[in-house]
Design a protein around this ligand. Structure first.
Ligand code: ATP
Ligand code: MG
Ligand code: MG
Ligand code: MG
Length: 491
């Protein structure tokens, strides 16, 4: 059985053999882009090449990119731990061709991209052909988008026509916004159902339909149009290939597992959690198993993001990390019955695991563990009281038909006990309640109007640790609004 390290290496070696230059992962935190807090796809760092603002020094590149999908356009947080293949942080393997009309032979397009995807999956990784199917853009008349017949014809060279499905604009057309570069994509799915299970479903050949064992692994995007303000499409003079394959899903397929968490990317962390909490993970759907998966997942998001310079805080990107961390704390506190800081104990193991792939974590492992520990301790100081308060609030409303937790209650939990709104929402849902989100936001706004103090933190949000590792945790400070902030200083 191939290890995840071998699988990653084979991807990169394969594309080197096809003339690609390997580039490092960009940081998971995005500094200079107001539209994006975190890297959510391999292509982010190449945006300027697609927009034509810059020219790539290499026509063909490949890499593994640290991605985070917990906010904005891609937010998979609610899925994580509940299903077995959406992570907060994951590695996106990718290969790119940046077209140059002056030198067309340097790049490649649909023919090569499709042939190479197929070659890699079948000849290098040995995934059986009859386990795979692909989707191709069907076209969209209302939006004047043509069907991708070229991709269809290329696939027909490799795979039986019944395994080529047509997909809609939602899944098979990529665009950055209402205008700008765009194009169709073709996605590769793997069907990991047992033969018996497949055959039992009459007529069901190959549709994903969110079946937990039929998963999308690879997206190949062909950036070939520029969409103008009037909605019309212009062919781009420079056509580009942009692909992304989730490493964790690929490894799951290659290691013959039914869950990403059963692969060697996660089993080490889960075993360590088992040892610490004295409970067993059984890969099931129960809440205790969800908690194990959430921890194994969130640890990565938190650790890699801090290592890339985003400290937890009360605003913007820093608050996204704090939210994920508090969500993880609540899972072990409530469902693994562990009442002390836990995540920080797992950081050294994770750092060692990724030492050669993402050395920035190992280089700062002590600092990351320290930040995580302080964060855990701070939240554990108010969590128990907050959970009791929330119980009381829900008990008082139990008789009501609406089962709606008012915005003022959600705000109290946020302001006094440090409960991020999505955590309150999660606990509410577990108890059959919903939260009055607009009411909560109105309370937040009122607080902001009352005090401008919180905005002062914005400028302290960001520090580049890799360039400037001399940062020290100095303690907590309570704002007058009762909001706790963590303070660091440069040393
Ligand atoms: P899905 O439909 O499963 O949510 P997607 O269509 O949103 O995936 P893409 O944006 O096409 O994903 O990203 C390319 C690849 O990255 C996917 O084919 C998948 O292998 C991987 N991927 C996407 N989101 C996640 C995630 N949250 N966790 C792990 N891998 C992911
Ligand atoms: Mg998705
Ligand atoms: Mg998809
Ligand atoms: Mg996709």
């Amino acid at each position: 059985m191939m290890t995840s390290a071998e699988i990653r290496k084979k991807f990169l070696d394969f594309f080197v053999s096809k003339g690609h230059t390997i580039v490092p992962s960009a940081p998971i935190v995005v500094k200079n882009d107001p539209t994006l807090k975190f890297t959510n796809a391999g292509m982010n760092q190449f945006k300027d090449y697609f927009l034509g603002n810059k020219k790539s020094p290499h026509a063909r590149v490949a890499d593994t990119q640290k991605c985070l999908r917990v906010s904005g356009k891609h937010n998979d947080l609610e899925e994580v731990g509940v299903d077995t293949y959406h992570h907060t942080m994951f590695e996106m393997l990718g290969n790119w061709s940046f077209g140059d009309p002056a030198n067309p032979a340097a790049g490649y397009f649909k023919k090569e991209a499709i042939a190479w995807s197929w070659e890699l999956l079948t000849a290098v990784y040995d995934i059986p052909e009859d386990r795979m199917y692909v989707t191709v853009f069907e076209g969209d008349e209302a939006n004047k988008l043509p069907r991708d017949t070229e991709a269809y014809e290329e696939w027909k060279k490799w795979i039986a026509p019944k395994r080529i499905l047509l997909g809609s604009k939602k899944d098979n057309f990529w665009e950055m916004g209402d205008t700008g570069p765009c194009g169709p994509c073709t996605e590769i799915h793997v069907d990991c159902r047992s033969d018996a299970e497949r055959d039992a479903v009459a007529g069901a050949t190959l549709v994903n339909n969110d079946h937990p064992q039929v998963i999308e692994i690879w997206n190949n995007v062909f950036i070939q149009f520029n969409r103008l303000k009037d909605g019309s499409l212009q062919p781009l003079p420079a056509k580009h290939v942009d692909t992304g394959m989730g490493l964790e899903r690929l490894v799951r397929v290659m290691q013959g597992k039914h869950s990403n968490y059963d692969t060697d990317l996660f089993t080490g962390t889960i075993a360590r959690v088992e040892a610490i909490v004295g409970k067993k993970y059984s890969a099931g759907d129960g809440i205790q198993d969800v908690a194990f998966r959430v921890l194994a997942d969130h640890l990565r998001a938190i650790s890699f993001t801090i290592a890339d310079g985003q400290l937890p805080s009360n605003t913007e990107a820093g608050y996204v990390i704090r939210r994920i961390l508090r969500r993880a704390v609540r899972y072990y506190y409530s469902y693994l019955d562990y009442k002390k800081p836990l995540l920080f104990q797992l950081v050294p193991l994770l750092a060692a695991q990724f030492k050669t792939v993402f050395p920035e974590l190992d280089q700062q492992a002590d600092f990351v563990a320290k930040v995580v520990r302080e964060e855990e301790e701070a939240f554990l100081r108010t969590l128990e009281k907050g959970l009791r308060r929330m119980d009381d609030l829900m008990s008082a409303l139990r008789g009501s038909a609406a089962k709606l937790l008012p915005g003022s209650a959600a705000f109290e939990l946020y302001d006094t006990y440090g409960f991020p709104i999505d955590l309150t929402g999660l606990i509410a849902r577990e108890n059959g309640f919903t939260v009055d989100q607009p009411g909560f936001e109105a309370e937040m706004q009122k607080q902001k109007d009352r005090s401008r103090a919180a905005t002062a933190i914005d400028t302290e949000d960001w520090m580049v640790l890799v360039d400037n590792p001399l940062v020290e945790f100095v303690g907590y400070e309570m704002l007058e609004t009762n909001t706790q902030i963590v303070k660091y200083r440069k040393i």
